[in-house]
Design a protein around this ligand. Structure first.
Ligand code: GLN
Length: 551
């Protein structure tokens, strides 16, 4: 039997609802249940793929090529369950389906309405592909009271009646703010938020009360009384030092056992949290600190690089060090000598990105890393910029650039007009739609024998370093390094050590004679987990540790 847990949020956004959902998933897993987490986003975009990272944070890409909300990244990191397209939906996607049906005439002359057609489509999404899973956790994006979320709340309310009794639970995350002038925590925003929820017919079963300090028992009782929930179901959710502490902290407050009780489960196996305790132990006792500069374009909003920041933390865990990140806006390196600011960092990472602004600054960072022997990790755009740098400054091609920025003498990086996906040929043109048309999701990459990356992956996967491994990583790009420049670049020491299996697309480059200089066309950060740090991040941080010892 599959049970459904719906998680809503009230009072303010940024409550950590996604993390709380991921933590609940991990806690149920720790008790031996299978889980799947889903996100329902009320905005009108079909997916976040065309949104700026500064608007919406990172676009998280799944194996099956869906461009999804960054919360799915938390879900995967916490539970290890690979997300799929069927785990994220938006109002835009729901309407896209409904309107396509309407045009086909599938509604047979009926008036198409929010209830039942939109709500039915939402319910279908929730109930789809759930076989064999014990718990489906559905997080509703936005805040209760938003106009956009109404159809979603109505749909989950209906599900409470559609499904057999005892198969649904409603968790509501709220804020209990401290008002300094009064010297008190205030429960009124929570009361109002629950009132709002109840007015649309949803009585929450469990309240997750976020607060920056202990909520006194009498205040918890007050919340229970005014919100019509059991006292034990008022869970205090205090700020944690690290996101990986959240499952432990919420478990200690009884979060998972309270949710299980809603389903009438009183005799669940105890949660085995050994691995969470172990991870937290390691986070709390690093043996040193390495400084990594992340040279990007959306550095004001760290959500834009969520998985990247976490993958670097995981790399630190693999090496028992703390990773101190310096987020640097790449445009600043376009001033003379500004790049000297990188003096003293132990590693430089240039992440994925789009568009010309700041590109020259990223190229300057790559030059610095190459010439000063500082570990360099280029991801997607960061790989493309490193290749342009090598073409200009090592291979003697001063006009080398990317056609993403316009026409140039040497299009080292150009638009991908065709590639193969399984047995399918994908073709693209300059004027194609922008949404959902990149090379997305998992693709294989053949590593070459004797390369550094092959050794790194073989180590991580306990494979054989002798032969070139076939790896699979997630992609999200429209441009590619032009394979025709391979000979010119290899002649100056930039080895193409990973290629698509048909040999057409360069996937990895590495600089010979450099302590650690690797560029990858894919996004390894998307697959890194605290319990399974990605081998490239573990190796990059190990190289940064060596660098730190040198200085
Ligand atoms: N803008 C580049 C491309 O489309 C890089 C994309 C990225 O870094 N994700 O190929």
């Amino acid at each position: 039997m599959t049970r459904y847990i719906f998680i809503t949020g009230g009072v303010v956004s940024s409550l950590g609802k996604g993390l709380a959902s991921a933590a609940l998933g991990a806690l149920l897993q720790a008790r031996g249940y299978s889980v799947r987490l889903r996100k329902l986003d009320p905005y009108l975009n079909v997916d976040p793929g065309t949104m700026s990272p500064t608007q919406h944070g990172e676009v998280y890409v799944t194996d099956d090529g869906a461009e999804t909300d960054l919360d799915l990244g938390h879900y995967e990191r916490f539970t290890g369950v690979s997300s799929r397209q069927s785990d994220n939906v938006t109002t835009g996607r729901i309407y896209q389906q409904i309107l396509a049906k309407e045009r086909r005439g599938d509604y047979l002359g009926r008036t198409v309405q929010v209830i039942p057609h939109v709500t039915d489509a939402i319910k279908e999404f929730v109930l789809n592909e759930t076989e064999g899973t014990d718990f489906i956790l559905c997080e509703i994006g936005g805040t209760v009271g938003d106009i956009e979320s109404l159809p979603f709340l109505e749909a989950i309310r209906q599900l409470g009646n559609d499904l057999p009794r005892g198969q649904t639970a409603y968790v509501h995350a709220t804020l209990v703010p401290y008002i300094a002038a009064a010297g008190e925590l205030k429960t009124k925003p929570t009361q109002h938020s629950v009132k709002e929820l109840r007015s649309i017919g949803i009585q929450p079963d469990v309240l997750l009360c976020r607060s920056d300090r202990e909520i006194p028992l009498h205040e918890q009782r007050k919340i229970a009384l005014f919100c019509n929930v059991r006292e034990s179901a008022v869970i205090q959710a205090l700020d944690c030092r690290s996101i990986y502490e959240v499952p432990l902290a919420y478990h200690a407050e009884g979060f998972d056992s309270e949710v299980l009780k809603v389903f009438g489960i009183d005799d669940a196996p105890p949660a085995d949290l050994t691995r969470w305790r172990e991870i937290n132990g390691r986070i709390e006792s690093p043996e040193g600190t390495v400084k990594i500069a992340v040279v990007g374009k959306y550095t004001d909003l760290q959500d834009a690089y969520k998985s990247l920041g976490e993958a670097l933390v995981h790399g630190g865990l693999a090496n028992q060090v703390k990773v101190e990140l310096q987020w640097i806006e790449s445009e600043t390196f376009e001033q003379p000598d500004a790049v000297q600011r990188l003096e003293g960092v132990d590693g430089i990472l240039v992440p994925g990105g789009f568009g010309e602004r700041g590109a020259e600054g990223k190229i300057a960072a790559a030059t610095f890393a190459r010439t000063k022997n500082v570990p360099y990790f280029g991801i997607c755009f960061g790989m493309q910029m490193a290749v342009i740098e090598a073409a200009r400054n090592l291979a003697g091609l001063p006009g080398a650039s990317s056609t993403e920025f316009g026409a140039c003498d040497d299009p080292i990086v150009g638009l991908m007009t065709e590639w193969t996906e399984g047995n399918l040929l994908q073709t693209r043109g300059l004027d194609d739609d922008k949404g959902g048309t990149m090379r997305l999701g998992k693709y294989d990459c053949q590593l070459s024998t004797g390369s550094k990356v092959n050794a790194i992956y073989a180590n991580g996967a306990a494979g054989e370093a002798g032969s070139g491994l076939l790896i699979s990583e997630r992609h999200r790009h429209r441009y590619e390094v032009n394979i025709n420049y391979r000979a010119a670049l290899e002649a100056v020491g930039m080895r193409f050590s990973g290629l698509s299996p048909d040999g057409a697309l360069p996937e990895i480059v590495e600089l010979e004679g450099h302590p650690w200089f690797i560029g990858v066309q894919f996004h390894p950060e998307l697959k890194s987990k605290p319990f399974e740090p990605h081998p490239l991040f573990a190796s990059f941080i190990a190289a940064a540790v060596d660098q730190m010892r040198l200085v």
